[in-house]
Structures are given as structure tokens and as C-alpha cells.
Ligand binder design. Sequence first.
Ligand code: 1GP
Length: 241
Amino acid sequence: MNIYQNILSAKQQGKKLLAILIDPEKISIPSIPVFFEKVHQSIATHIFVGGSTDKNNLTEEVVLAIKKVTKLPIILFPGDANQITNKADGILFLSLFSGRNPDYLIGQHIKAAPILSKSNLEIIPTGYILIDGKKETAVQKVSKTEPISQSNIELILHTALAGQFSGKKLIYLEAGSGANMSVNQKIIKETSKNLSVPLIVGGGIRTKQQLDNAFNAGADLVVIGTAFENDVSFFNELKKQ
Ligand code: 1GP
């Protein structure tokens, strides 16, 4: 499975991608098979697994339970190096470029390196940019960094470009899980227009309209977590044609 190549060719073909985010602290393992029946009827193309914290070390168990029931690529979206398991298919190797906390710029990466060097995970370097979602989100609290204001489009764009020029293969605009305001279309448009690498957008997307807005503005892959945690019937609105 070459996860990145598939994302890249989807971008080239204008095919939009949807990742379902599963937070190991929030999903119950017995509910996974039924949850995935819904996932498979929907337009979802990827599964992200992760959260800002995983206090009970459930990530591996959750990944194994998901793997039993799906062929969709499972990509770790870890809050820190402790959440790495080689049972997934790939990992977003995240650098929190909106902040200046060295632990999330290089510290966790050094901790992760020996684990990753022994794993078969596909490592996808990703520039992660936290944007104000009008709510103090877990990423902000855990990383002790400030998000960039939605009105500072120039800074968001320059941060994304700096990420691309430093070799990141994906740029992720993140309003934070459960955000009250998702990343607005103008930001997505400006960023996607100026980037050559695929653009991920997530945080606070709860309706089909918001999803379409993000895609239409230029997001190549959208991540949704909370909306499905709150109400699995949201999958009914995202059924495959
Ligand atoms: C969070 O971008 C993801 O890291 C998804 O956010 O849970 O708000 O959908 P939501």
C-alpha cells in the first residue's frame, strides 16, 4: 500500500478524500464492527487513529480491532511518540509549525525515530498548522501553543509554504477537534492555490455542506471525527453514490 502516492494521484485527478478520525479514548472497541458497517457505506477513504492523549495506551488495541473489519488504510495521527504502533499502515509525522514548542517541532520526533526505524509504517512528513477554531482545543492545551487567527491568512499561507519548502509532503490546516468554527473557505482557497503538496483540512466540520465547502475551496482530504462520535447517522448523509 502506498498511501502517499494514492493521495497524490487523487489530488491530480481531482478526486476528494475523506478521513474518519477515531480517537482511541473515545471509541469503545466492541462498537467498532457496527461503526465500520456505516463507514463502508460512506464516501470515507481513509481512517486516522489518534488523539491529543491516550492515557490508557489503547491505540494498538483499537488499530487491531479496526484492521479486522476494514481494508481502508489506517494512518496514525498521534499526539505523541507513545501512540505509535506498527500495526497501522502509516503515520502522519507531524511538525506543529504554527507553534514554537520544541517538543512538537523536534522533541517527539527524536523519541519516535528509533521506533519508526524498526517499523514498516509508511512515514508521511506533515506540516501541522493549528488555526483558531473559537474554542480552546485539546491540541492547544497539550502542545501549549497558540493557534493562528483565522484573520491572519498571510501568516497561515507563509507557514504552509515554509512547511512545503522544508520537505513536508502534506500540509494540515487544523481548527482542533470539536472546534466551534472550522477553517474558513478563504484560508483553504489561498493555501491550496499556492501549495503543490496535498492539503488536509479538519476540525469542527459537522455537516455535508461544510464538507463540500472545504472540498470546493481546495481541500484534498478532509478529516472528520467529532460529528461521527456524536451521531453515527451523519454517515447516512455521506453515502456512496
Ligand atoms: C481533529 O481535524 C480533526 O484533529 C477532526 O476534528 O473532531 O472536530 O471533526 P473534529
